[in-house]
Design a protein around this ligand. Structure first.
Ligand code: N01
Length: 571
């Protein structure tokens, strides 16, 4: 391969769920495609995040592809929330079943993508000196893929190993009997800690901001339950698509503040006992009204204090920010970890970690002796994986320059000045606020329809009109302000990493509204895009998947007016 210039219709960057399904759809169109993947296997997030305890926080029966009935029926999930190895096995099964590997080049990082305006082609270079040419590039790089490794002073001095949850080694990591430090208390740490505590002789947790976590109540799936879902899959998927989050769960649109405190207590207890993310669906105004939110935050803080025996530790673990503002965590026995005598919580909220030394970490003037450190410090979310690739569009403009003040993309699908470059679950789409696999499938279908149409009409390039892009970015920003979610320093706004512009990146207006907008754009003949070279400009595609994604919009529930009236839990 090295040094050879090959030509493909499409280059896909990434072989996670997005890249795999994109490849499958393009093959159906008879389009040649090459996938480059940094990792040694498929699975994306689930290939890299193999830290102990890693599992999905969306229920297994909904966290799967819906495009193939056979796949849906044959695959067996074993637990309510799938563990990482099982999801990775599923990804491998998909790759084998649809014979995807022959078009995927593993262990290869795309280093640069450069648009040649004279030929309307992308030049793709990899870190293994491959140089290929493609008419289209599809970025299937994932929303939470670029690990955030803070540059602590003295990192190189530390004698022991330093792991990152998002880049966990593939060999066995044996922490048994070691003094282990964990930096961070987000979802990854919360999942890993109960298991790390069982292995380590001591566990020292460095916490900058406490997080809310709801019990998972994970359990084995009963065959009867699985069979009942499989019988109903098409209807269940349709219901899910009609929900703001793209996954299905019961939610209550009534306002919390109109219930009595006894009613609220009963409702919160009932949903806490059920567990998981649907807890946020207890009332319709929880993410819109600060006072309503306080009622659920108080309930959660009381739960923490009930579980954690040492009052000082419990106080440190109680967040004082909006409940659900940061991504809600889902745990198994997280808070109880702190009752174990060998687990210590170190508050680094007032003063950051000072430095690493040969034998540990110094915080608040105290040196904590450690044999190994786990950085559960998250990701440069949404844009981090784009930043790592030098992407140069028209007039020599790089994507990093264009996005310096925050990402700008039309529908999170493409960005002006970068023709024929598509993104799957890019910034400005529901992505991380929706069920990821649903969001991926919808984007892949839209992109495949678009590429098929471009070929049918002999078009050279497509890119969004800048005024439509600007309007969409403004809309994404405006809608985010309706929700309390935009009010705290979370990775949704890039605030977990110093120096990043503070912009609410995912589209919070709800999956169905978003999907209907994508369908409308397509059926209007892509009139918000500039298409060059087409024999028939501004025509809708002859073949398209809008039916598959069509939902009857229940405007009572999901219209912007309803959102503004604070009645929809955009969980
Ligand atoms: O990352 P995070 P994560 N010094 O950013 C702290 C998904 N996910 O990997 O909050 C000290 O949430 C940081 O502190 P702060 C899920 O969507 C899904 O845990 O920024 N601490 C925070 O406590 C999730 O939301 C599953 O003040 C530092 C922690 O590190 C997303 O991935 C499972 C620091 C990072 O938490 C990210 O979760 C796991 C520093 N310099 C994850 N820098 C599923 O179940 C950062 N921190 C699907």
């Amino acid at each position: 391969m090295s040094g050879l210039k090959e030509c493909y219709d499409v280059v896909i960057v990434g072989a996670g769920f997005a890249g795999m399904f994109m490849l499958h759809r393009l093959r159906e169109l008879g389009v040649s495609a090459r996938v480059y993947e940094t990792g040694g296997g498929v699975g994306g997030t689930w290939y890299w995040n193999r830290y102990p305890g890693a599992r999905c926080d969306v229920e297994s029966m909904q966290y799967s592809f819906s495009f193939s009935n056979e796949l849906e029926q044959e695959w067996e999930w074993s637990e309510r929330y799938s563990p990482q190895p099982e999801i990775l096995e599923y990804a491998n099964h998909v790759a084998d079943r649809f014979d995807l590997r022959r078009d995927i080049q593993f262990n290869t990082r795309v280093a640069s993508l450069t648009f040649d305006e004279s030929k309307n082609l992308w030049h793709v270079k990899t870190d293994r000196n491959d140089e290929v040419i493609a008419q289209f590039c599809v970025m299937a790089v994932g929303c939470l893929s670029a690990a955030n490794r803070p540059d602590f002073e003295g990192l190189d001095d530390f004698d022991g190993p330093i792991y990152h949850t998002g880049e966990w080694p593939h060999d066995d990591v044996n922490l048994s009997g070691l003094r282990v430090g964990v930096i961070g208390t987000g979802s990854s740490a919360i999942q890993a800690m109960p298991i790390l505590a069982n292995q380590a002789s001591s566990l020292t947790v460095f916490q900058r901001t406490p997080n809310y976590s709801v019990p998972a109540h994970n359990q084995r799936l009963e065959p009867e339950y699985v069979a009942s879902i499989k019988r109903e899959y098409p209807a269940l998927r349709a219901k899910a698509r009609a929900r703001p989050t793209g996954f299905y769960f019961e939610f209550n649109t009534a306002p919390a503040l109109e219930a009595t405190s006894e009613e609220r207590q009963r409702q919160y207890e009932k949903l806490w006992a059920r567990g998981g993310l649907p807890f946020l669906g207890a009332y319709g105004d929880l993410l819109f009204d600060k006072m309503a939110n306080e009622t659920i935050a108080d309930f959660a803080r009381k739960k923490i204090r009930d579980i954690v025996k040492d009052p000082e530790t419990a106080d440190l673990l109680c967040p004082d920010n909006v409940f659900g503002c940061k991504r809600l965590c889902v745990d198994t026995d997280y808070y109880a970890v702190y009752n174990q005598p060998h687990v210590t919580l170190v508050d680094v909220s007032q003063k950051p970690i000072e430095r690493f030394t040969r034998s540990g970490i110094v915080a608040n003037g105290i040196e904590y002796e450690l044999d190994a450190v786990v950085c559960a410090t998250g990701f440069a979310a949404m844009t981090g994986s784009f930043e790592k690739i030098e992407i140069t569009g028209r007039d020599g403009l790089t994507l990093n320059e264009k996005w310096r003040a925050g990402p700008r993309a039309y529908l999170g699908l493409s960005t002006a000045g970068f023709p024929n470059l598509f993104m799957i679950t890019g910034p400005g789409s529901p992505s991380v606020l929706a069920s990821m696999i649903q969001a991926i499938e919808q984007h892949v279908d839209w992109i495949a329809d678009c590429i098929g149409h471009m070929r049918n009409v002999g078009a050279d390039t497509i890119e969004p009109k800048i005024d439509h892009e600007d309007d969409w970015v403004q809309h994404v920003n405006d809608v985010s302000k309706v929700s309390l979610r935009s009010t705290c320093s979370s990775w949704y706004v890039g605030a977990n990493i110093p120096g990043r512009p503070s912009v609410f990146m995912p589209y919070i207006g709800g999956f169905p509204i978003y999907v209907s907008k994508c369908n409308e754009v397509m059926m209007n003949g892509y009139d918000s895009f500039i298409i060059t070279g087409a024999r028939k400009p501004n025509m809708p595609p002859e073949v398209h998947c809008t039916k598959r994604w069509h939902v009857e919009l229940d405007m009572e529930v999901i219209s912007p007016a309803a959102i503004a009236a604070k009645r929809v839990p955009l969980v």
